[in-house]
Design a protein around this ligand. Structure first.
Ligand code: NAI
Ligand code: 15L
Length: 279
């Protein structure tokens, strides 16, 4: 009997051939870089900024999302995209327009042309930041952006819906709450989204058999939440972390929202006061 094959070390099967991660030089991109490797034979990392050398199983491509031809080339050979690139806070509209509006349009057109199967779009809670912290939202409720930045995320959600309806290109839009090592203030006790839970939501978004066009709120299993993910149960996401472990950092039990403080009355927090900005 020839047992040569049986004694070879088993090569793990990676479900995707090539995943593109945009925003790879950013805060979340750097966290995700290693974590997403088990899911694809090759991870193509892209950003406007420097990302360091490509490691094993990586390709590094500098690219401005606003450059249509460069984005088209970036998408060559890609079967799934984790779209984290762009401006991530309130900024002059002209800048947001380039990175987050033109950038998303370029990304979807290139993805469709190259037959990408699925995109996970890093949307934001600021698409709905003008709801109150006493409201409970679900994904069927109209967007209420709190900023130019939030409007750009609404644009991305609408763009992805259109590419699903027109071409069947699937997207999960994750309205990320606050994904940082730990909550930095009382508001984030509600919006906290641990890195492990973010990774799990990405895994679910990529591997759920069918997602169509899904909007999901990116949050951990926090004690006090403003969002109901009833329309995203098909993703199979279960949070493992909670902001409760950081409760000792905010011992002040004063009422939230605080009277006359719009940054606690509305879900978007300080974004309510940051804009609008124009150059
Ligand atoms: P970040 O600002 O640290 O990273 C964004 C990256 O996008 C940067 O490396 C930047 O160089 C790159 N970028 C900006 N303009 C670009 C362009 N024109 N072309 C190519 N790359 C460009 O932001 P972070 O925190 O890593 O967030 C990643 C994504 O997740 C962003 O889209 C952000 O809006 C979204 N998000 C993040 C949240 C969080 O809690 N960290 C909350 C909600 C949404
Ligand atoms: C976001 O959309 C931002 O990208 C991030 O920097 C945080 O401000 C986060 O929302 C938040 O609301 O805490």
């Amino acid at each position: 009997m020839n047992n040569t094959v049986a004694t070879q070390p088993t090569k793990p099967i990676k479900p995707f051939k090539r995943i593109l991660l945009t925003g790879a030089a950013g805060g979340l991109g750097r966290v995700l870089r290693e974590r997403i490797k088990p899911w694809a034979e090759v991870v193509r990392l892209s950003d406007l900024a420097e990302m360091g050398e490509a490691g094993p199983g990586e390709e590094v491509v500098r690219c401005d999302l606003a450059d249509k031809a460069a984005v088209l080339a970036l998408m060559e050979g890609v079967d799934a995209v984790l779209h984290f690139g762009g401006i991530s806070t309130e900024a002059p509209f002209e800048d947001i327009m380039q990175a987050n509006i033109l950038g998303v349009a370029n990304l979807y057109e290139a993805a469709q042309k190259h037959g990408v199967q699925r995109i996970v779009f890093a949307s934001s809670n600021h698409a709905v930041g003008y709801y109150k912290t006493t409201d409970m939202l679900d994904a069927s409720m109209p967007a209420r952006a709190d900023s130019m930045y939030g409007i750009s995320k609404c644009f991305g959600e609408t763009m992805s819906r259109y590419y699903y309806d027109r071409f069947g290109l699937e997207t999960v839009c994750i309205r990320i709450g606050s994904s940082f090592p730990e909550p930095a203030n009382k508001r984030m006790m509600s919006t906290y989204f641990s890195y492990d839970d973010l990774t799990e939501m990405l895994r679910c978004s990529l591997f759920a058999p069918r997602v169509g066009h899904t909007i999901v709120f990116g949050m951990s299993d926090n004690d006090s939440v403003w969002w109901d993910n009833r329309y995203a149960r098909h993703l199979g996401y279960k949070a493992r972390d909670s902001s409760a472990q950081f409760a000792h950092k905010f011992p002040d039990t004063a009422a939230f929202p605080e009277k006359d403080d719009v940054t606690t009355i509305y879900q978007g927090g300080k974004f309510l006061l940051d804009g609008p900005m124009f150059k």
